[in-house]
Design a protein around this ligand. Structure first.
Ligand code: F6R
Length: 604
């Protein structure tokens, strides 16, 4: 969603901010803008479309500036609505992420002022300007943050004083100071070029940078007091954020999966014993009778896979909820319920709200997250980190498989805690898990086969994905991958549900992708394939190596190595990610930044 990048210092401000905005592009946006503070004025440049489309922007001699990529919420996509916004005097410029909910009420403070945009943001510079009549810029910002309701992160730049100020309540923001260069960003990854340490700004905190003496101050606006903050080292490498020789980040991330799985395994398991990297306090599970998993999108699909594992190995009831529904449903949660929140970004607004709801009901919350320092990790009682590295393609791939790995390790851990499983079984499961990366490499080696399937079917308008048991969520995930990056309408279903509706869609133009591995439903799924063929449908099957029966039935088969059924999702999902990728590439879609989508959905 929206991205903020601000800079103050001796370097070329225009370039640093434009580069910063480019590194935030993957979050998804439809317009952008920057404001640069020169010696006497503030220069503004805004546009709709992509920052990368502008070519080289003429550099202005500036000492500070703020930039923004906007994903429209309040007001359509237009230059007027893009940020930065300013006050009537053009003194204060603001970029903002989040939603201010009490704009109508706040307009009373700036009675008579004309509003030029349809955004909720414009009220912020106008209010700051209003309070500047009686206070300094930092004091005026402090007054404004005490009035705002809703989620926000904003940065304000003043034409007439030497401060650059950021405030956070609900939307992420990080800052870095390195040798007189000051950076603010909504995303840690975009700071990787500039500093290996960052200040993580919490809700209710302001950071005030003084351009004149390059000093930095922190202020807690919930408790109205100055606070001290140390910059923290973070573990993201420059290369992790580069595309390398891959055409798209998504392709790079698909191919990185074996390595990231090995890394996730290595930090959590040693000598066939699960010792989570960030040790879990067993107290958290002492009353455990039920698990509720909350998540959105692909992370929700990971939760559905985990439901199968947890119920069959830990033998306690599990419910998997869309975080957006959970929070508004008055869910029955008590202290014997463990709430597991899954999120790649750690910033998804609905998942954050779901965690808050769960905590109010007294349930312990364990999150599974890919981004250290993110909001979800800060508000959960404990976090297990996936070691996927930065995921930049909007469509989640390596985050999903590493989430699965952490969820499987958690399942084994809880099964042992509940004494449902012995050491021998755990070792056996772990051995199978440790073999997954090498088996995944063999799936990844089948690009030619997947590309040839793509060549035949890339122009279709609809597709159906069917799977059963632990691979039903993979059918959902395959459909989601295809629709979000190629804009082909795709549906995922449990294979047995086909006869209850989707079979009506089958014709000679629509491919049905079956996940048909040798599990307890194998024969039944084979029958479903025959039913599709009997209606002249096209069948693409993901099946186990050497499955001759499938070869005779399906139009195309992608083979995967054998593993235990529980772990098959790690292997069945990869060809579906690849198929979606190559189809979208053939259709010349903007794969890493699909239309209308955002990498982290920070608004509800
Ligand atoms: C799909 C995708 C989204 C995310 C969803 C949740 O490829 O990436 O569906 O999974 O927006 O995001 P996180 O995991 O960051 O909470």
């Amino acid at each position: 969603m929206c991205g903020i990048f601000a800079y103050a210092g001796p370097d070329n401000c225009t370039k640093v901010i434009i580069d910063g905005l480019k590194s935030l592009e993957y979050r998804g946006y439809d317009s952008w803008g920057i404001a640069l503070k020169t010696r006497t004025s503030i220069e503004l440049k805004k546009n709709i479309g992509k920052v990368s489309e502008i070519g080289e922007l003429k550099s202005i001699k500036a000492k500070a500036g703020i930039g923004h990529t906007r994903w429209a919420t309040h007001g359509n996509v237009s230059v007027e609505n893009s940020h930065p916004h300013t006050d009537s005097d053009k003194r204060i410029y603001v970029v903002h992420n989040g939603i201010i909910e009490n704009v109508d009420e706040l307009k009373d403070y700036v009675h008579g002022d004309l509003f030029y945009s349809k955004t909720d943001t414009e009220i912020i510079p106008k209010l700051i300007a209003r309070f500047l009549q009686e206070s300094t810029f930092p004091e005026a910002v402090k007054k404004v943050v005490s009035l705002l309701k809703g989620n926000f992160a904003f940065v304000a730049l003043d034409r007439d004083s030497n401060y650059l100020i950021a405030a956070r309540n609900g939307s992420p923001i990080v800052a870095a100071l390195n040798d007189g260069n000051f950076y603010i960003s909504s995303d840690l990854q975009s700071l990787v070029h500039y500093s290996d340490k960052a200040f993580f700004i919490n809700d209710g905190e302001m950071v005030i940078f003084n351009l004149a003496n390059t000093s930095i101050e922190f202020y807690d606006f919930f408790n109205r007091k100055s606070i001290q903050k140390e910059a923290q080292l973070y573990d993201i490498q420059f290369a992790d954020c580069e595309r390398g020789n891959y055409k798209h980040f998504m392709l790079k991330e698909i191919f990185e999966q074996p390595r990231q799985l090995q890394k996730t395994y290595a930090v959590n398991v040693s000598d066939f014993d699960i010792r989570f990297h960030y040790a879990l306090d067993p107290e958290m599970f002492k009353n455990l009778r039920r698990i509720v998993i909350i998540a959105c999108g692909t992370s929700w699909h990971a939760g559905l896979v985990a439901e199968y594992w947890l119920e069959s190995l830990v033998k306690i009831p599990v419910e998997v909820e869309y975080a957006s529904e959970f929070r508004y449903r008055n869910p029955v949660i008590s202290d014997d319920t463990l709430v597991i929140a899954i999120s790649q970004s750690g910033e998804t607004a609905d998942t954050i709200a779901g965690i808050k709801e769960a905590k109010q009901s007294g349930a312990p919350v364990l999150s599974i997250c890919n981004v250290p320092g993110s909001t979800i990790t800060r508000i959960s009682d404990a976090t297990l980190f996936t070691q996927a590295g930065p995921e930049i393609g909007v469509a989640s791939t390596k985050a999903f498989t590493t989430q699965l790995e952490v969820l499987f390790l958690l399942t084994l851990y809880l099964a042992r805690f509940k004494q449902k499983i012995g050491t021998k079984d755990i070792i056996n499961y772990l051995k199978n898990l440790a073999e997954i990366p090498e088996k995944m490499e063999r799936v990844l080696a089948q690009t030619d086969q997947i590309v040839s399937i793509m060549e035949t079917h890339y122009a279709v308008s609809n597709a159906l994905f069917l799977g059963r048991g632990v691979n039903y969520p993979i059918a959902l995930e395959g459909a989601l991958k295809l629709k979000e990056i190629s804009y082909i309408h795709a549906e995922g279903y449990p294979a047995a549900e086909m006869k209850h509706g989707p079979i009506a869609l089958i014709d000679r133009n629509m491919p049905t992708v079956f996940i048909c591995i040798r599990d307890q439903s194998y024969e039944k799924v084979l029958s479903n394939i025959q039913e599709v063929k009997a209606r002249n449908g096209i069948v693409i099957a993901v099946a186990n190596d050497n499955d001759r029966r499938i070869t005779k039935l399906a139009d195309h088969v992608i083979f995967i190595p054998e593993t235990i059924v529980e772990l098959s999702p790690f292997l069945t999902v990869v060809p579906l990610q690849m198929l979606a990728y190559y189809i979208a590439d053939k259709r010349e879609c903007d794969i890493d930044k699909p239309r209308n989508l955002a990498k982290s959905v920070t608004v509800e």
